[in-house]
Design a binder for this molecule. Structure first.
Ligand SMILES: [Zn+2]
Length: 79
């Protein structure tokens, strides 16, 4: 499913950028927007980001050309 793949990717980027903000400034996306890190909306997004990470963990190698071409046993049909 390409749609799920794209959603998972976007959520991972959002999660990564959020951690960049936390690391650099001590900000969180949801603190900046006034929702608060413990708000229901924030918790739902954190859960979705985490689920996206799990999804990518298990599907990344199948979807990623860089990873699949590095594996010697993988078929070279994507080249
Ligand atoms: Zn990869």
């Amino acid at each position: 499913m390409k749609a799920i793949h794209m959603i998972a990717f976007i959520l991972l980027i959002i999660g990564g950028l959020n951690w960049l903000l936390v690391g650099l400034f001590g900000w969180d996306i949801f603190t900046v927007t006034g929702l608060g890190m413990s708000s229901v909306v924030a918790r739902i997004v954190y859960i979705l980001v985490g689920l996206s990470a799990i999804y990518e963990l298990f599907t990344h190698k199948q979807n990623c050309k860089a990873c699949s071409s590095a594996a010697p046993s993988a078929p070279a049909s994507t080249m």
